[in-house]
Structure formats: structure tokens, C-alpha cells
Design a protein around this ligand. Sequence first.
Ligand code: GUN
Length: 289
Amino acid sequence: MSDAIDSSKIIDGKAVSPKVEAEVSKTVAALKEKGIFPKLVTVLVGEDPASQMYVRMKHKACERVGILAEDCILPATMTESELLDKIRELNADQTVSSILVQLPLPKHISSQTVMNMIDPKKDADGFHPFNMGNLLINEEGLVPCTPKGIIRLLEEYKVDVQGKNAVVVGHSNVVGKPMAAMLLNRNATVSVCHIFTKDLKSYTTAADILVVGVGVKHLIKEDMVKPGVVIFDVGINQDSTGTHGDVDFANVVKKAALITPVPGGVGPMTIAILMTHVVKCAELIAQRK
Ligand code: GUN
């Protein structure tokens, strides 16, 4: 028997993200006709190589879709108060439609304090409590990009969410909590687990839809899922052998109906969705004028 992976099982974010970007390009062109020029300012504090790479990827995506991109690189030694002043300045700048502060921030700066300072209408990441609160009451506007990317993939692959058992492993503000809220808003029955959950397997084996993002290499094995499950792996774990997901892909793919690979599954969608949000911000800011 061949070990080749059945490609019909793969949820291919790398293939879907250009489609999203093409939609954004069209909207950007239409906005420019109306004199609206979407612009993203990405703030990077310090020199973390992974963050530098993400900022470059966001900048390039902006260029592909016609969004103006500016990177604001600041020293790791700056104070929280100085960073808050910078955010105030960007909030007041009429030419800036979106502000993104790359995380993580240096330990002496509270990321929540910084997120709270960003004008909610310029919050392309959807991390401001105003936007998070709206998500919880099923008024989805600007929402975190990774879970929104997963929702778009569910739609693309025509996976009906209503009435399904969805299990989210991870309860971060960036992925787990907003993911759970988005699935609940679409009438799934949602369980939220995390690394402290006792007997994780008893939850994951009940999942029709499983989203995993805790940063533990190959946490999910074949015996932890049921046949026909749809799996989204948000884990990115680097070691000397390469990049690995939180799901043991080779081991689990046999039982899954659909599954995202790492890399190339969920990752490319995050930035494509970010581009849709920059456009949304530009529209919100234009309405204010
Ligand atoms: N660091 C890792 N992922 C993200 C993200 O989606 N947004 C921001 N601002 N920082 C991140």
C-alpha cells in the first residue's frame, strides 16, 4: 500500500489566501477611486528575528494588494509610556488607517495596555477589548485574524459548523478564545481545552471540528481523534528537524476528513485576513470624516 497522502484531505491555506488577496486588491482599487488610501503602520519593538520576519511578510502582503505599508521599528529599551505616546500619535494621524503592534513586546511593556490604547477602528488585529467584546455578543467586526482565517477555510471547504461538536485546544486571546466565540456564533457546540485539561483525549475524540493551538509539538495523535474529524493545526514548533504542528500530521491524516498541514495550512490565511481588516479599517475611518 502507498504511503502517499490523499491530497483531497488537505485544507490548503496557501491556495486559498491568494483568492482572499485578489478580493482585497479589487476593494483597494475601488477605495482609491473614491480617494481612500488604506495604510497599515506596523510597530515593531526590538529585534526578535521571528517578529522581524512576520513584519516583512505583512509589509509584502500590503504591497501585493496595493495597501500602503510603513514599518515603525523602535528600540527594545523604549519605555511603555514612550510606546503609548507613539500609538497616540498614530491614532491622531488621518493618513493612517490601521495600526498593528507586533507581539510579543519586551517584558517591561504590558501588551494589553498597548492594545487598549489603539483606536478600535484602526485595530486591524482585532485585539482591542471593544472589538473582542463585540465578537462575544455576535457582532463580529474586526476580530483576531487567525481564527477568522479558519472560519474562511471552513466556508471554502463547505464544512457546516451548526450543531457540530467543536473542540478548541488552547485558550489564548489571540487564537483559542476568539475561535471558540466564532464557532459558538455559528451554532457549534464548543468545548475549550488547554494544557491543564485533564484527560484531553476524552474531549478531542468527541470532536467533529478540532482546532489546536498550544505550541506543543505533535500533542494530538491518531488515538485522540475520531474518524471523519476536520482538523485545524495552529501550532508552529521549530526544532532542528524543521517546523512541526501541534498535530502529528502523518499519524492523524488517515483518520481525518480534512486537515491543515504545517506549514501552509492556517498560517497563510492570517495575513490574508489581516489585509481584509486593513481595508475595513480604512472604510471605518473614512466614515468618520
Ligand atoms: N505575533 C504573532 N502573531 C501575531 C498577530 O497575529 N498579531 C500581532 N500583532 N502580533 C503577533
